[in-house]
Design a binder for this molecule. Sequence first.
Ligand SMILES: *Cc1c(COP(=O)(O)O)cnc(C)c1O
Length: 380
Amino acid sequence: MRFDTRAIHAGQDPDPSTGAVTVPIYQTSTYVQEGLGQHKGYEYARTGNPTRAALESCMASLESGSHGVCFASGMAAITTLAMLLSAGDHTIVSDNTYGGTFRVFDKVMRRLGLEFSYVDTSDPELVRAAMRPSTKMIFVETPTNPVMRLTDIAAMSEIARERGAIVAVDNTFMSPFFQRPIEQGADVVVHSTTKYLNGHSDGVGGAIVVNDADLADRLYFLQNAAGAILSPMDSFLVLRGIKTLGLRMRQHDSNGRKVASFLSEHPKVQSVYYPGLASHPQHVLALRQMSGFGGMIAFETGSLENARAVLEAVQLCALAESLGGVETLICHPASMTHASVPPADRERLGISDGMVRISVGIEDVDDIVEDIDRALSAIA
Ligand SMILES: *Cc1c(COP(=O)(O)O)cnc(C)c1O
């Protein structure tokens, strides 16, 4: 079956006990046993829950993997993934990775003996040079936030395979609708389902998908051992969001292209970061590894004052962190999402004080463009 059909049906057969078409919210902590060791596959709800199981199998299907594992947040998924490693193991991480990922690796996992190198993974040669005998994982985000830098997933897989390491891809920005890392050789896909997968800005969640039964068993063990599980209610919300993932992503992409091209022609905008523009330095890689470009755009206004003027003049676009919801959100990376990144690192990564980031929603694109146009006229 094709993607849009699987989004609605994978893991979501009608409920066997009632025929309910929609997977029910199994709001229970435990399950009655008919006799010692006799149960229907569920014993305790940290270990397993049918609503969560439905989402896990839907996620596996959409990411072209064999197993999905769902968590209370994207960070819970990434933390659990890191628990696959042991003290002394080394991981290469995209230098422009999500701030929360850097925080848990640098401030928590390093204290426990894991080692990390932050590398510009957009250059495979830099990754190859950073490999050590102890390297067990290459953890990449593509595209990155907010400068939309891409990493070649197939190239990472080749480097990792030579050395017996695994490749994990944070696929939050593209969603499986536009990018399926496992099909390009990655071993692990992680998601903050908080963003496009849930899509309605009304829940926090995370997921891991793998294509290997042993790796899946180790992750289910850790999911149960550490216990950072997704609740039945939140599992239901993500399942509901995913039913329209294809519809939404097509609209995010269509609106994203129009907003990016509007911005790239606007005299008050100095540069636009969007992989769908031919001017993006990795546009060719984007065409090869993604089937669309989505709704994440950053642009340069030239100064903090200019950025402030725009951000305070928008009316439809909401000034807020997060992304991937149906509503357009706009933010200032330097003081919001990337405030914890030291100024020198921000500069090296290209995150200037004049940069504005938009998560283009699925409203009528003419309204979005009009709002941004009006806001840009607030620049002196
Ligand atoms: C939001 C986000 C995360 C963290 O997910 P939470 O659900 O907020 O814990 C990880 N990676 C990326 C790329 C994100 O955008």
